[in-house]
Design a protein. Structure first.
Length: 267
């Protein structure tokens, strides 16, 4: 089984995260599962920090095309599932209409699985500008009644990267933020953004006090395996009716992408 993991980060710009991500997710997958790690195209961001773009509606939306391009390539190359490994679920609605292989989205999947551990999900992340996007996504998924506080860790992207060498400051900051979410009513915690999630998993953090902390990306890999097995066995695909479900013919998609120069730019 092959899973295409698509990050919103230029992975080669953040080798500590890239290596920890690969080590952790491979430990969560079945022995016969191959995870292919892909990030954004080199030069996508003016720095190695995608938060400079991810917090703006236009810039974040502009980068959807890289996820579309990746999903089409994943299906063309015979991958069994496509994992959108960023909590705002970039291009999820679009990608799901373009491919038949299962598409698993970080934010949606994490909240759905967390709901099996508690009935009030707190999200703890480190990009405050994402909260409106996350709230809107949860409304669109009809999951907003489950999601309570969204609390920011007092850390920047550079602090998360530095924590792989010196973990204690980030562990302390996360624990403080998680307890704040718990005080606001959360009884299960979803770590937002891959780098924080992977760091916590690497440190063996699965609870704060009596509240579980979900391994979001590890969970997504397991769900991708399940969905891929269902697809192989039964051909199960999403609804293909209406604006948010109908799959356009591939020649039509390719012609439109050629017009905008997408294939030429991203290949």
């Amino acid at each position: 089984m092959r899973i295409w993991h698509q990050s919103f980060t230029v992975l080669d710009d953040v080798p500590h995260y890239r290596d920890a991500l690969a080590r952790h997710l491979r430990s969560q997958a079945r022995p016969d599962t191959e995870i292919e790690f892909h990030g954004m195209k080199a030069g996508t961001y003016p720095s190695d920090y995608p938060g400079t773009h991810i917090g703006y509606a236009y810039l974040s939306g502009l980068h959807k095309e890289q996820f579309v391009h990746a999903a089409l390539q994943a299906e063309d190359e015979g991958c069994d599932a496509f994992l959108i490994a960023t909590i705002p679920d970039t291009a999820y609605e679009e990608v799901r209409t373009l491919v038949d292989i299962p598409v698993v989205a970080f934010g949606q999947t994490s909240v759905l699985m967390a709901a099996q551990l508690g009935d009030r999900v707190g999200i703890v992340n480190f990009i405050g500008a994402l909260e409106p996007r996350l709230r809107r996504n949860m409304r669109d998924y009809r999951l907003d009644p489950l999601v309570g506080p969204i609390v920011q860790v007092d850390a920047e992207f550079s602090d998360v990267m530095a924590a792989y060498a010196d973990p204690q400051p980030l562990l302390k900051a996360f624990t403080w933020a998680a307890r704040k979410a718990i005080e606001a009513g959360a009884n299960v915690i979803v770590p937002g953004e891959g780098p924080l999630n992977v760091f916590l998993a690497d440190q063996g953090v699965s609870r704060v006090d009596d509240v579980p902390v979900l391994d979001s990306l590890g969970t997504c890999v397991r769900v991708a395996e399940l969905r891929a097995a269902q697809f192989r066995a039964t051909g199960l695909v999403p609804a293909r009716r209406g604006f948010y479900g109908a799959r356009p013919p591939r020649p039509l998609v390719d012609a439109a992408r050629d017009f905008y120069g997408t294939n030429r730019t991203l290949t």
